[in-house]
Design a protein around this ligand. Structure first.
Ligand SMILES: Cc1ncc(COP(=O)(O)O)c(C=O)c1O
Length: 397
């Protein structure tokens, strides 16, 4: 947009009382190459999984983040289910998971008969509180699943140390964590296993989509089998076995080349997408800082060891009532702001199975956290507009 038009647009925004923008919470961004690559995939004659585009995506992750063993999946949910199979989750095993997370983090293990031991969040971030993990460990504990909320790293050194001392697996649910880091180490490269999401709400998308990353080499061979419906087809294609057979449990976890082709177009634009999202995030932060200073809201906290991948921007309201009023106020201005997870220990499915411990910080994020629109096509002016509306709600603008 030329500067004159841009200025006119801002002017219109701030001076015309009746002027209304329509700002959805999320808009999938297309880089322009998706259709070309889909066409190539279709032309190639191979559109089932584990073909050229799948390999290209895997190579991208290996080159950029040094992920040694990648497995694209149809969703992060699928990748989590693969991890539950890989660590041999058995009925009665206990898996430690933050209560403040998406249902798939827990469901993958519940499907295999595990008991979920919910952990509380940190005071300063919605992430699992590493200092409260050890007290939850029993002789039945098998794994700790961490969720890097909004792409902000959990305290991985602490968590890996606890896991090592108690011989537990660590699984990183890195659904939101592409291109994010813990002490300069890419998220997804630290736990024994890690999972990513490419759902359309994420930074890099393929409609539905995900990936399993195997960091502990001992899982590699079995991951290949589980990925391919419990068969050794991967070994067969590599010429390692004469025929392929059913050798283990598994499922149809690998996505088609259509999904992989779409994803590859996105990956090629990762840097551009990240730069834009982080810039928008920073604008929200600086625009809303005054509200934090005046104690109306809290802004996201990024620990020193963590990076910001611009996945989501949230504010913490003072209570549920205020958050509901703010959501409704913004909705009236055609701005869609949304809350996020509901503590899983209180969910209709699990509350009776939960051991009754109170998890006040998970509940705190459940009732107070509000996510603001953040997507590639959003511009800085819109972020300013949204921020100004929020300031107006609090009566300081
Ligand atoms: C933390 C977390 N884990 C897992 C998932 C599931 O991802 P998918 O939709 O790719 O299955 C989500 C979804 O947003 C999530 O937020």
């Amino acid at each position: 947009m030329n500067p004159v038009n841009s200025r006119l647009k801002i002017l219109k925004m701030f001076t015309t009382s009746g002027y209304k923008m329509n700002i959805p919470f999320n808009k999938p961004y297309l880089t322009g190459k998706e259709i070309d690559y889909l066409y190539n995939a279709i032309q190639s004659g191979k559109i089932s999984g584990n073909g050229t585009y799948t390999h290209r995506c895997h190579s991208f992750f290996t080159e950029k983040y040094n992920f040694k063993n990648c497995f694209l999946t149809s969703s992060c949910t699928d990748a989590l289910e693969m991890t539950a199979i890989l660590i041999n989750t058995m009925p009665g095993d206990q898996i430690i998971i933050p209560s403040y997370t998406f249902v798939s983090t827990a469901n993958a293990f519940v499907l295999r008969g595990a008991k979920i031991i919910f952990a509380d969040s940190e005071k300063n971030t919605p992430n699992i509180d590493a200092d409260k993990i050890e007290e939850l460990i029993t002789h039945r504990t098998k794994a700790i699943v961490v969720v890097h909320y909004g792409g902000v790293a959990c305290d991985m050194d602490k968590i890996m140390k606890i896991a090592k001392n108690h011989k537990l697996f660590v699984i990183e649910d890195a659904a939101q964590s592409i291109d994010s880091y813990y002490k300069n180490r890419p998220l997804g490269s630290i736990g024994h296993l890690a999972t990513f999401s490419f759902h359309e709400t994420k930074n890099i998308i393929s409609g539905e989509g995900g990936m399993l990353v195997v960091n502990d080499r001992k899982f590699k061979r079995r991951a290949e089998i589980i990925w391919e419906k419990g068969t050794n087809r991967a070994a067969f294609y590599k010429g390692e076995v004469a025929k392929y057979s059913w050798v283990d449990i598994g499922s149809s976890f690998l996505p088609s080349e259509i999904t992989a082709a779409f994803l590859f177009a996105q990956l090629e634009n990762l840097e551009k997408i990240q730069k834009k999202r982080i810039n928008l995030w920073e604008h929200y932060y600086s625009n809303l800082k005054v509200l934090e200073e005046q104690k109306y809201i809290k802004l996201p906290y990024i620990p020193e060891y963590a990076a910001n991948n611009g996945h989501l921007f949230y504010i913490l309201c003072r209570n549920l009532k205020e958050r509901t009023m703010l959501i409704n106020y913004l909705k009236k201005q055609n701005i869609m702001a949304v809350f996020h997870y509901q503590s899983l220990h209180r969910s209709p499915f699990y509350y009776k199975k939960h051991d009754g411990r109170k998890l006040p910080l998970a509940d705190n994020y459940t009732t107070k956290l509000l996510r603001l629109p953040l997507y590639y096509q959003l511009d800085v002016e819109s972020v300013q507009y949204i921020s100004n509306r929020i300031k107006k709600f609090y009566g300081i603008y």
